[in-house]
Design a protein around this ligand. Sequence first.
Ligand SMILES: [Zn+2]
Length: 353
Amino acid sequence: MSADERFLVSEFSRSGIGFFEAQTVGKVPNLSDGGRFHEVPLVVRRCPIFGGQTRFVLGSKLQPEEDVDLTPVTTAPGFCPFCPDKIDIVTYPFPQDMVTEGKIVRGRSIVVPNILSYSTYSAVGIYDRTKHFVDMKDMDAELIGDLLGGMVDHAKAVRSFDPDAKFSSINANYLPPSGSSLVHPHIQSSHDYLPLSSQGRLIDEMAQFKAETGRGILEALVEAESDLKVRYVGQWGSVSIITPFAPVGFREVWLVSRNQGDIVDLDESQVADFASALAFVIKGYVSLNLQSFNFAMTGSGDAKEVGGNVLLRIVARSNPSPYYRSDVTYFERLYNESMIDVTPEETASFLRG
Ligand SMILES: [Zn+2]
């Protein structure tokens, strides 16, 4: 038997976006059949935007059945730099020639310089400076909108101050399973002369697609998904919600701005659209007992030239628990290949419902 008879490839193109899927089987002993080897379906997909492969382990559910009591994790510790008694003392203002007001306050949120140097310019944004913990249940469009608006204002200030720091992203870790070192809910940004690796890949794909077709790759992807329907969730003003063909994380959802441009080109109403779309997805996560997530929002400093649209990707992470299983395995970390147990079609269908 030749290699290509051992798996079935289905490949097609829609709106210029190529979709690749291979179906094969895994051979494993079956417990209810005295350990006789059975064939179990195995699906591998390739992401049409980022190129990575995802493996769907059908029938095996790796996600939490119920939520857990977060009190042991979320009780305020002796020292928290973002709590009301410390934030004015241990955070510093931005330089006045960059951000006139020093710190950016909107509603209960505040945006201040990040003391961890992982980017040329970075900010940390705190959802609520008046209390230590914000549960995902309480993350509404207003709370998220104030914070995201403050981070976008900071991004605009950075870009006017130093136009060369054009690789911008706004990102979140929520609770320790997502990699967050501080429990007090916050988000972070990067503004660099060099893109992050998948940000660079996205910009290259944008540029190549634009050169070949004259249009934006994310715009074409949304059109394809809206046509195909199974991974299309809906439209929130200027933001489309889809689930990715080949997710890199659990319950991954993509929010794509309809307007071409970068993070710094977002106006108030487009920020509000992202905030309400994000609040909607987080509400969905809450109803699935998910209690931790990461998100990554990127565009391109050359957005208009490369046909770029702002993309926000969000994935759920394992729930906090003394013996929790991290959802990052060597597949993700060493092979850049994700192992996923719920299909994007199921997530889209769930969110539509
Ligand atoms: Zn705190």
